[in-house]
Design a protein. Structure first.
Length: 379
């Protein structure tokens, strides 16, 4: 099939997920057309079945806010018509679902074709930004106008029905991970550089937005460091980075923390790590935590949103209420001091991640696409 994928190209979970989906579909023989304003970060290999269409947003002195949505819709129209796409799959509702609606109407008027639109809801497009009054009417309308709606967790599906007047069914298709990519042997030399005395390695990876509560990550780490030697790797970047750095200095733990910035080879870091911290205020799914589990890293997280759907308390890691840094650090200290239980939980985390392997999830999306297939066989 000829599939258009629209997503954010940055390090955010929805862009990562959409890119990995597109790559997997291309490997299966589909022609995948990415439509974004920048090359997606995980789109780093050549594949003859992958095409990339950049959305250019011309500026003009009159525009304080260049109209990205119009440029996006116009690019969608161009790609749909000139590459004869079978369908559009948009990731993250804002503004992708409404731009897709506009493109659909234009294509219909120009060619008479009804291009199917599949919208995948990812998280903050519903739980944070989307329900803001400024966006809500357009988000509700464009979700309802999608031909198929999917959400990445049961929790996100429930939140969508709670916050928006959705009149169509929503199918849950969870995030996935390519376990073979993350199940890596730790590089000893790398581990030695980070933890020269064999200290336990703790990791956090996110876009350092407020919703991630990176200050809680620092507080939990400081409590762990008070009772045992340990190192913390902070992967990613974003608005809360300076708050985290300042807090680390105030708590006197900065020398044991490395802010390593945005990393494409996150699997190398996870492979040497023992424990992943994700104390988020909200998390529709927590793709970063799933990737950690696939790398045999246990997860200590909040119990917000969809996290209980992936982090099985006492098996793959531990959970506590949002902001309860004492309980999260108590769990961390007790497991890091128990080598035998830590080793067992790492294996359990890995086994659980296997159920979210890419090979189980891609066919679920393909099944949706089949409904809109114009050819036989459908490829
Ligand atoms: O907040 C992020 O990490 C980025 C955000 C995005 O949409 O780019 O992630 C959301 O989508 C991911 C992929 O489906 C989910 O795994 C994340 O849990 C979700 N983030 C939140 O709900 C805060």
């Amino acid at each position: 099939m000829h599939i258009g994928i629209v997503c954010y190209p940055t390090f955010g979970g929805s862009g990562v997920l959409a890119t990995e989906l597109g790559k997997a579909l291309a490997d299966k023989g589909h022609h995948v057309h990415f439509i974004t304003y920048q090359q997606p970060v995980r789109l780093n290999e050549f594949n003859t079945n992958i095409y990339y269409h950049e959305v250019r947003v011309p500026t003009y002195p009159l525009f304080d806010f260049p109209p990205y949505e119009i440029a996006l819709a116009s690019t969608m129209v161009d790609v749909i018509i000139n590459h004869d796409l079978d369908l559009l799959h948009v990731h993250y509702a804002i503004p992708h679902a409404s731009a897709a609606y506009m493109a659909k109407q234009i294509v219909k008027q120009k060619t008479g074709r009804n291009i199917p639109v599949i919208t995948t809801l990812h998280g903050t497009d519903i739980t944070l930004v989307g329900k803001d009054k400024t966006y809500e009417p357009v988000v509700t309308f464009s979700i309802n106008e999608s031909d198929t709606i999917t959400a990445v967790s049961q929790n996100l599906k429930d939140e969508t029905f709670k916050n928006f007047a959705i009149i169509k069914p929503i199918e849950v298709i969870t995030n996935f991970v390519d376990v073979s990519r993350f199940n890596k042997k730790p590089i000893d030399a790398f581990k030695k550089v980070i933890a020269p005395q064999g200290e336990k390695i703790i990791v956090h990876a996110s876009n350092f937005r407020k919703v991630k509560r990176v200050d809680d990550v620092i507080k939990i780490f400081s409590k762990i460091r008070n009772v045992m030697p340990a190192k913390l790797l902070m992967v990613g970047d974003g608005p809360e980075r300076f708050v985290a750095e300042e807090l680390a200095r105030d708590l006197g733990v900065m020398e044991d923390i490395r802010f390593v910035g945005k990393q494409e080879q996150i699997e190398e870091i996870l492979a040497v790590s023992d424990l992943f911290l994700l104390p988020s205020e909200n998390e529709s799914f927590g793709l970063a935590a799933l990737e950690a589990m696939a790398a045999k890293c246990i997860v200590i997280s909040s119990n917000a949103g969809g996290l209980p759907e992936i982090n099985i308390h006492g098996k793959t890691g531990f959970m506590a209420n949002v902001g309860d840094v004492n309980t999260m650090s108590d769990f961390a200290i007790s497991i890091l001091q128990n080598e035998e239980q830590l080793a067992k939980m790492k294996i359990d985390a890995y086994s659980h991640a296997l159920s979210f392997d890419i090979s189980n999830i891609i066919p679920l999306y393909e099944k949706i696409y089949q409904q809109y297939c114009r050819l036989d066989p459908c490829i």
